[in-house]
Design a binder for this molecule. Sequence first.
Ligand code: SAM
Length: 290
Amino acid sequence: MSTVVDPPEDLLASLRKSAFRPSRTRGQHFLNDPSIARRIVEAAGVTNRTHVLEIGPGTGALTRHLVARAGSITAVEIDERLARVLREAYGRYDHVDILHGDVLDLNLSDLVESSGEAELVLVANLPYGITGPVLDRLITYRGGITRAVIMVQHEVGGRLTASPGTKAYGAITAIMAYHYDVASLFRVGSDRFVPRPAVDSVVLRLAPHDRPPVDVRDAALLTVLIKAAFQHRRKMLHHAVNRLAPGSAGHLSDRTGINLKRRGETLDLGEFAALADALRDYRDNPRDHS
Ligand code: SAM
């Protein structure tokens, strides 16, 4: 089987002739380098047993590689015009479904269910405006998603792979690290896109952990604690824990050995987990600590 299924012609060039103007607000920076498109699809490990969810197929830079490899594809494009030309190009393939709409309105539970035995893999050159909500959905649906290979702004990639104590380390770093193994694969220069964006991008692979990397009794409380710890980055941790459970700081510090004069940005995931367990215990048995 060929590795590329070409649309009848260069979609972007033909759209341009008919006065199509890429939209900045929709993050329409189209990948213009076939070798990078190929590397992204290869990194996604797509086979005929894969159901691909592609977010924002645009002018088909990734889609054309996916169509030849995937068992099935659901591609969701918010731009009516792009969705139409993609349907014209790929409508003849039974295994390709081009949906016109906002991917944030897509019912992911249904998609996970309809994937059945097939693995569900997200592949996307993400429009930067929806990166946060897409990461939230990856967390919510981690049980149904086999992996994700996504291109994001370089700075976002730096945040998702940052180490404790660095400027880039934040709540999203620690929360994603609890749910996913996040690997930074390669950087893509801004000159590889049309129109050219202001910043470079990076391709990430996210694979949900079979088992979380740290044990914690209440994963929801871990998330609440991490968010609280980063809400005021410059403040010492005891402010955050006392906000969550008034008067708990002394107990939590004794129980975990963690100095709560530290700032949240210095804690690794294991330390957050230890604090979350102590906080759970404090909340469950408040009288034991009075
Ligand atoms: N995949 C193409 C590529 O690699 O060249 C296009 C990527 S471009 C960065 C992002 C695409 O996502 C655009 O085609 C844009 O119209 C689409 N898009 C933006 N917001 C969207 C949303 N909420 N739901 C679905 N598609 C969206």
